[in-house]
Design a protein around this ligand. Structure first.
Ligand SMILES: CC(C)(COP(=O)(O)OP(=O)(O)OC[C@H]1O[C@@H](n2cnc3c(N)ncnc32)[C@H](O)[C@@H]1OP(=O)(O)O)[C@@H](O)C(=O)NCCC(=O)NCCS
Length: 171
């Protein structure tokens, strides 16, 4: 069992995070379209924090906390949580390299974000492509509540709008 460390992401991790993202994109088409500037994709406006998972020092996972308004269906989520939009924070850019999956790396990353001081008491929310895949299973296994679903506000390269679901954290 490798030694797993969840650490705040530093600039020095970014190149390795992009390499990990490349593996995930090739394996899962996440993100659906490879970004023109992957470094910029991992440093979006509205970021409130970023963490990496290091297994024996190898970067195997990544997650970000972002402004809640960046989550799909944010208004419905805030209403369901009984908070204003500023009372939400979003989980984003969560991925684990294919070889490191199924050992709880994503669960450990999410646990770390839940305890992050930069969360400042905000309710956590996220959106996910509603395909019944590992990501949907992960959130439901961890007790996240599905609030709503519907077509995404973004389009695929083929011009379709995937069905997305929006969730609130258990706490
Ligand atoms: C979704 C994703 C992040 C999950 O990462 P992960 O590290 O494999 O997640 P976990 O290990 O916590 O859970 C995955 C599975 O391993 C199982 N598992 C977790 N810890 C385990 C352990 N210690 N021993 C055995 N199995 C374990 C879980 O039960 C789960 O099984 P299931 O898929 O059959 O429900 C990963 O598949 C991924 O990067 N996908 C592509 C990107 C993506 O979709 N990101 C989400 C965008 S919203």
């Amino acid at each position: 069992m490798p030694d797993l460390l969840i650490a705040p992401r530093h600039t020095a991790h970014l190149d390795r995070a992009v390499e990990a993202l490349r593996l995930v994109h090739e394996h899962d088409r996440y993100p659906l379209t490879w970004p023109d500037d992957p470094h910029a994709w991992l440093t979006p406006e509205g970021a409130l924090g970023a963490w990496v998972a290091l297994a024996d020092g190898v970067l195997v996972g990544h997650v970000m906390l972002v402004d809640g308004k960046l989550v799909e269906h944010a208004d419905r989520l805030a209403e369901a949580a009984g908070v204003s939009l500023t009372g939400l924070a979003g989980i984003s850019r969560l991925f684990v390299t294919p070889a490191a999956r199924g050992t709880g790396v994503a669960s450990a990353l999410l646990e770390r974000v839940e305890d992050a001081p930069t969360r400042r008491g905000r309710r956590l929310a996220l959106d996910v492509v509603d395909d019944g895949g590992p990501a949907v299973r992960l959130y439901e296994r961890l007790g996240w509540t599905r609030v709503t679903d519907g077509p995404a506000t973004w389009t695929t390269p083929a011009g379709t709008r995937p069905h997305t679901a929006a969730y609130l954290s258990p706490r």
